[in-house]
Design a protein around this ligand. Sequence first.
Ligand SMILES: Nc1ncnc2c1ncn2[C@@H]1O[C@H](COP(=O)(O)OS(=O)(=O)O)[C@@H](OP(=O)(O)O)[C@H]1O
Length: 393
Amino acid sequence: ILPSFQPSLIRITKANQGFLSKKNSSLNKRSCIPKKNVVFLKTHKTGGSTITNILNRFGESRRLTFILPKLGENRLDWPWFFRKDSFYPLNGSTPNILNNHARYNPDVMQEIMPNDTVYITIVRNPITQFESSFSYMTFDKILGMQNSTDPLEEFFKNPEQVLVNYVLTQDLRINSDRLKLIRNGMFYDLGLESKDFKNQKKIRSSIEKLDSQFDLVMITEYFEESLVLLKRLMCWEIDDVVFFRLKQRSNELKRTISKSLQKKIMQWSQADVQLYKHFNRTFWTVLKNIGKDFWDEVNLLKAKNKIMSDLCLQQMNQVSSELFQTVQTKQYKLRTNIPYSTREMCKRMTWDEIKYVKHLRELQTSKDEKKDSNGILLKATAWLTNQLHFYLI
Ligand SMILES: Nc1ncnc2c1ncn2[C@@H]1O[C@H](COP(=O)(O)OS(=O)(=O)O)[C@@H](OP(=O)(O)O)[C@H]1O
């Protein structure tokens, strides 16, 4: 059993605090104008692709402008810090959404994005996040331990030495990008320098800074709850945050993590543990006093996800997907008889960020209005709302 990181009361900080106010609920429609400018700092192996997909659909349906990776790339210069030229040219448009892998660089992001931009991110239990990274990024192969019966255990016999051996013997141009995620992967994405991974003062001050700069830090383990907070923060509708889980590894790739291994991961990625503990606490500080209407919305979201899944999906197939993916992830298979009104939405809900980026780049560079499918997406959302009146009275 993984450590539960139990919620406990602490001071309420900027990240997450706005939800205590009823004003932020979309129930209060008059004062709640839907927000459209958002930076989603997409951390690795935290369910970020699912959030990116939600933002992609929202932005596409409202013809918003995205900060997109350059041609032939799927990241915004990650693992380097985000820079002013890290993205596909905007040709004078003001950007609305940044939601692909970028290393957090607040000064540059604030300079590029509008002043009223909402900053959000997501963190996951560092133990499962580490295990997911190790497997998905094929660290066993990169570090030459693929023949070991248990590469993860093998790695933790002497992690520093394994990494030194790697540096001394391998061509660092080939896979070293990914290895940035071998330790404190989430905090690396959120801008902590590797040299500060053991610097307690720096870790604490960085967490405080993030806390003051981010409007919402979501928690992977409480995905639907996080999305209802997001929907309230943004003054969106529940239909805007329906989702299918993306990039789930196939079951054979998942493993149990022994207590002693859990301890080792926590010691190794100590900065990530502190990061997660902090934002898990602030998250539960908010939810502790939240009204029943919040939990009703969480259940509604779960029901809507189920309806979309029944409507759109045939089954999950175990196939390895294109491009960057190196391990098998579960792929969705769409039904063949989906009504036209929802087919486009179903399709898009299954797209990973690489496929969606390609599509958005085409839309953003195309002058051909007919190519813009946003009408179809909005109609599908209206259909979903109607369906629920039928099912949930
Ligand atoms: N809704 C929801 N709830 C809980 N967990 C979820 C959800 N959606 C995705 N996932 C899990 O997140 C992992 C993929 O994370 P990312 O999309 O961030 O991956 S990536 O960094 O973009 O490659 C991957 O974890 P593992 O399966 O353990 O590898 C997904 O299963």
